[in-house]
Design a protein around this ligand. Structure first.
Ligand code: UTP
Length: 286
């Protein structure tokens, strides 16, 4: 299965950092956010990845490319460990790029992948959402997709006051983690929200989603919304929501980016003790 990673958004919530740096390239400890996303896809067995980029996103392509200059300096210095690490980044997967000429919305970004996907089922991982889990989140969704032969969307519960930041699903429970989507709405108010189950940046689609995006007009925020296309898809075939195992962070949000760094550092042996010590000291001083 191929994966599509939309990364062409403007990232206005993270200005000024994102004025000249793509939010997908913001570091989380020592790696850019998008590397975590690519690694998740690779861990799930995906080796063909299409990244949707746009103006000002050249650094994403450079990052996954070979850096001859850097490699030759590392070789001269006999730093073979770093050299190996750099090579692993460029060898991770077969990565392709296509530009979304204007940031017309997530739905439109995915439509740019139609030719590359070429009529197959495909996975979508948002380039600014990081999910920490034992089993890669997208792998959990692919497993369900194979079982059900229907599109599956990753969801998670959010506090009621957060529903207006997400796509929210209306669902009929199948089991504790799985439900069939009966409705979906983009960024509803607390009163309008049909539940507190939010779409979390991971999807596996049948290629029929493209036809639905084609039929989707301009939605919330003046953008072509993927949520509106999913709504059309649910009217034509079964679409499921799956409450995946894992913790999701939205890198486009400043507080979430800070939390992601703390979580990622605490997950790493080399930083863990020092970070805990620092935070305890900081809290006791407050
Ligand atoms: P967001 O909803 O976070 O939008 O996009 P944004 O425009 O990037 O950020 P803000 O709201 O201005 O801060 C979710 C994902 O969809 C991609 C983004 O790059 C991100 O990975 N996206 C969004 C596109 O690829 N194209 C678009 O037109 C919009």
């Amino acid at each position: 299965m191929k994966a599509v990673i939309p990364a062409a958004g403007l990232g206005t919530r993270f200005l000024p950092a994102t004025k000249s740096t793509p939010k997908e390239m913001l570091p989380v400890v020592d790696k850019p956010a998008i590397q975590y996303v690519v690694e998740e896809a690779v861990r799930a067995g995906i080796d063909d990845i299409l990244i949707i980029t746009g103006r000002g996103k050249q650094s994403i392509e450079d990052y996954f490319d070979i850096s001859y200059e850097l490699e030759s300096v590392l070789k001269e210095r006999n730093d073979f460990e770093k050299l190996e690490e750099m090579r692993e980044i460029s060898d991770m997967a077969d990565i392709h790029y296509i530009r979304q000429k204007k940031p017309l919305g997530l739905g439109h970004a995915i439509l740019c992948a139609k030719k590359h996907v070429d009529g197959d089922n495909f996975a979508v991982l948002l380039g600014d959402d990081i999910i920490f889990s034992e089993k890669p989140c997208i792998g959990q969704l692919i497993e369900k997709f194979d079982e059900l032969n229907s599109s599956v969307i990753g969801v998670g519960e959010v506090p009621a006051e957060w529903v207006e930041k997400y796509g929210i699903v209306d669902c009929r429970a199948v089991d504790t983690r799985l439900c069939e989507i009966e409705g979906i709405v983009e960024k509803p108010s607390m009163d309008e929200a049909p539940s507190n189950l939010a779409v979390m940046g991971r999807y596996v689609f049948t290629p029929d989603i493209f036809e639905c995006i084609d039929e989707t007009g301009i939605g919330k925020g003046g953008e072509i919304q993927l949520t509106d296309a999913i709504k059309i898809l649910t009217e034509r075939q079964k679409v499921y929501a799956y409450r995946f195992e894992g913790r999701r962070f939205d890198l486009g949000d400043k507080t979430d980016w800070l939390k992601t760094n703390v979580e990622a550092a605490l997950n790493r042996e080399e930083f863990r003790d020092e970070m805990i010590k620092f935070m305890k000291e900081k809290i006791s001083r407050e």
